[in-house]
Design a protein around this ligand. Structure first.
Ligand code: ADP
Ligand code: TRP
Length: 322
């Protein structure tokens, strides 16, 4: 079975973009792959400075994954910080990574362009830790959103450099970017993101979900006129969750006219409830079993360590630390 590895930062309440672009994909693959999915809390430390908040968000994200159907017998789910092996490998990698490679990374360049005040070294070397996260498991594929593609390429560059200096050690991982799920658009028309305050949350309250759906930006075509489904984000979001007949029905309603954006939003809200309510119910159940969640994470860490330790021991010998 191909091995896949992916991480997601516990940096806030997950939204439909995270769900469709990352979380659901990880879970859908669980029968066809040997998967390692981890909660990237070392990475989240670049932005979160409140210890209790980081602890809570990390646990909440584990609950979210279990609620959407991640089977811990099929996927090794773990907390990154339970595997300090990642950070040791990151240090070894940082000694053979050129400054120039990191300076070319978009995420860093964007932070600079936006005038980020007093950026930390951690933010700069973030891709080196990500390379260690990936390569330590020697995966075949790394499913990520388009925004992370360059970081996987950095991991490949680092692997090549290591292999050149110390002989073949790391197979080159392939980024796996789904083309069908392009960037999910938020309520304001920009990329849906925790940082833009434009999200539709996966596990918010009923009131929050309704408020978010009603706030989706639409154009000012009058109710009686025909509308363009292709340019409407309500239609787009609906189509990620509805079946072909339902999508075609809604398309007809748009084209015929006499159907307002308010009606479309009501339909979307109903659809989101139909699809997400079972996950939401499951989430309440799992949130009531925190000992179980902790057990899953510790067991995941034990399984991950078997692989990570082996790679790290191999590396320590190769570079002369052992
Ligand atoms: P955010 O921008 O909300 O902080 P993250 O950077 O934490 O999201 O992304 C976590 C995962 O979710 C990544 O794999 C990313 O590619 C995916 N993702 C985030 N936003 C979107 C979106 N709008 N559309 C598709 N995928 C997304
Ligand atoms: N940088 C990724 C993000 O912000 C999270 C991440 C950390 C990751 N390490 C990883 C993703 C390794 C894939 C593989 O979304």
């Amino acid at each position: 079975m191909p091995r896949i590895l992916s991480g997601i930062q516990p940096s806030g309440q997950p939204h439909l973009g995270n769900f469709l672009g990352a979380m659901q994909r990880h879970v859908k693959n669980q029968d066809q792959n040997e998967s390692f999915i981890f909660l990237a809390n070392y990475h989240a430390l670049t932005t979160i400075r409140d210890s209790q908040k980081l602890r809570d968000l990390t646990r909440e994200l584990a609950i979210d994954y279990l609620a959407i159907g991640l089977d811990p017998n099929k996927i090794t789910l773990f907390r990154q910080s339970d595997l300090p092996e990642h950070t040791e490998l990151a240090w070894i990698f940082s000694c053979l990574t050129s400054l120039g490679l990191l300076e070319r990374c978009h995420a860093w360049k964007d932070a600079m362009a936006k005038g980020k005040k007093d950026p930390s070294v951690g933010l700069f070397t973030y891709p080196v830790l990500m390379a260690a996260d990936i390569l330590i498991y020697k995966p075949n594929f790394v499913p990520v959103g388009k925004d992370q593609k360059q970081h996987v390429e950095v991991a490949r560059d680092i692997a090549e450099r290591f292999n050149y200096l110390y002989k073949e050690t790391f197979p080159l991982p392939e980024p796996d970017i789904t083309v069908e799920i392009e960037t999910i658009i938020g309520t304001d028309g920009e990329k849906m993101s925790k940082s833009y305050n434009n999200t539709i949350s996966l596990f918010g309250s009923d009131e929050q979900l309704e408020k978010e759906v009603l706030s989706i930006k639409t154009d000012s075509t009058p109710l009686e006129d025909s509308k363009n489904p292709k340019t409407c984000n309500v239609f787009k979001l609906y189509s990620y969750f509805a079946n072909d007949d339902e999508i075609s029905d809604l398309r007809d309603k748009y084209l015929t006219g006499g159907f307002g954006y308010g009606d479309a939003k009501k339909l979307l809200l109903k659809k989101l409830h139909t699809v997400l309510d079972p996950y939401r119910e499951k989430r309440v159940e799992i949130a009531g079993k925190l000992d179980y969640v902790e057990e899953v994470l510790l067991d995941g860490a034990r399984r991950a360590r078997k692989v990570a330790r082996k790679t790290l021991d191999e590396v320590r010998v190769k570079v002369g630390l052992q």
